[in-house]
Ligand binder design. Structure first.
Ligand SMILES: NC(=O)c1ccc[n+]([C@@H]2O[C@H](COP(=O)([O-])OP(=O)(O)OC[C@H]3O[C@@H](n4cnc5c(N)ncnc54)[C@H](OP(=O)(O)O)[C@@H]3O)[C@@H](O)[C@H]2O)c1
Length: 398
């Protein structure tokens, strides 16, 4: 799929609540300022973090997760004692995993010092265990290996599920029964897609909660078109943070309580308040830019929106009658976004290691978010609404 996504939320009111938020909340999570706030306080001592990448033989692990872990290591953001384990069914030795991983590691643009030395140090901390996703026995073997590396320290364990969603539950069941930490925390990052609609998302949550508490689950986001991909989660999060009342404290739960209130006050999105688009191929300056359906993995007749603009309304006294305009699109003219975009995977991993839950989504938040978008998503699909086509690199449908 081509092009990074660009997204905006345009509130039509004064900026005062936003400023308050910026001073209070956003400073904690702002990616621009993240270097100041993300250093890990606990530089080691008696505890250790073991990060198991489940599905380590896959593309996402190679291209995103291991490089993000290396970047965190390079920047000194990982604890002193940490180990990375790859877990998947493919047979591989530690050395083979290291060779594969080493091919995708890169250093940050502005800091290339000691890069190869750092890479070697990082790779020495990477190991591999081959096993089935539904085998408690294989996860018990992993547990033994993790313990050897943890060397009797307090063990904290993070499992990153980089596998197809239909095997999430098996892997969580086995990890929780056979490879949870005995004396530290155990957390799980669940890769997107987290359901396709209200029902499938609720079913996945229900199943995960058989084995995990809410505060052990770190969800990532969906991958089915721009509405689910960007609007239903990222933009809605920003909107909820912007429009919520001031929380009683900056505690993650207090913030979430206010976000959920505002999400529940929103009216479900109506079809007449949405414009959808899809980018088409475009030639400019002798270069041919591909259309969405030119991608080999996309069906030629796909109606998946790659652009959406929507007006949302909040049914409470403060925001009565104020439309919130959301716009998100892929393959847009992105000249305005010239700054380097911090890597979402680094942020995600670090937040999960630190137990920073402010930006992770709680089950009731997820339910409320899906309730707003599911009716319109179903209507778009059932009525086979044809998106408006826009040229690659333009500003979207005109
Ligand atoms: N690639 C991306 O850019 C991207 C972006 C966003 C989200 N995601 C999501 O992230 C997850 C991982 O992505 P990926 O591209 O790395 O996926 P992938 O290559 O299809 O799967 C990762 C690994 O899972 C195992 N696997 C695949 N299909 C399986 C099946 N049917 N049953 C059991 N094991 C299976 C394979 O390992 P073994 O055969 O060695 O066990 C594979 O190497 C997926 O859920 C995907 O939807 C991917």
């Amino acid at each position: 799929m081509a092009g990074a996504a660009a997204a905006t939320v345009t509130p039509i009111e004064s900026e005062i609540p936003f400023k308050k938020l910026k001073e209070g909340l956003l400073s904690v999570t702002s990616t621009e300022e993240s270097k100041d706030v993300i250093s890990v306080d606990d530089k080691g001592g008696d505890s250790t973090v073991s990060i198991t990448v489940v599905g380590a033989s896959g593309d996402l692990a190679k291209k995103k997760i291991f490089p993000a872990l290396f970047a965190l290591f390079y920047e000194g953001c990982l604890p002193e004692h940490f180990t990375v384990f790859g877990y998947a069914r493919s047979k591989m030795t530690d050395a083979e995993l290291r060779t594969i991983v080493s091919k995708t590691l890169t250093c940050r643009i502005d800091k290339r010092e000691n890069c190869s030395e750092k890479m070697d140090q990082f790779l020495k901390r990477c190991f591999y265990h081959s096993g089935q996703y539904d085998s408690e026995e294989h996860f018990t073997e992993l547990d033994k290996k993790l313990k050897e590396h943890e060397g009797g320290r307090v063990s904290n364990r993070l499992f990153y599920l980089s596998i197809p969603p239909n095997i999430f539950i098996d892997a969580v069941r086995c990890a929780s029964s056979s490879a949870s930490s005995a004396n530290g925390w155990t957390r799980v990052i669940v890769e997107k897609p987290f359901g396709r609609d209200s029902e499938s998302s609720a079913a996945l949550t229900r199943n995960l909660k058989q084995y995990l508490e809410e505060d052990q689950i770190f969800r990532y986001f969906d991958h089915y078109g721009i509405i689910r991909d960007i609007m239903q989660n990222h933009l809605l999060q920003i909107l909820a943070l912007f429009a919520m009342e001031t929380p009683v404290s900056l505690d993650a739960e207090d913030i979430r309580n206010e976000k959920v209130k505002v999400l529940r006050s929103m009216k479900p999105l109506q079809l007449e308040d949405v414009v959808i688009g899809q980018y088409k191929s475009h030639a400019k300056g002798g270069i041919n830019y591909p259309g969405y359906t030119d991608d080999k993995t996309v069906p030629k007749d796909s109606l998946t929106p790659t652009f959406a603009a929507a007006a949302l309304f909040i049914d409470n006294a403060r925001w009565d009658g104020v439309p919130f305009l959301m716009k998100a699109g892929k393959a847009l003219n992105t000249k305005r976004y010239s700054k380097e975009i911090p890597d979402a995977y680094e942020r995600l991993l670090l937040d999960a290691i630190e137990g920073e839950r402010r930006l992770f989504i709680r089950s009731d938040e997820l339910d409320a978010a899906w309730a707003l978008f599911t009716p319109v998503l179903k209507e778009l699909e059932e009525k086979k609404i044809i998106p408006e086509y826009y040229p690659y690199g333009s500003r979207g449908p005109s």
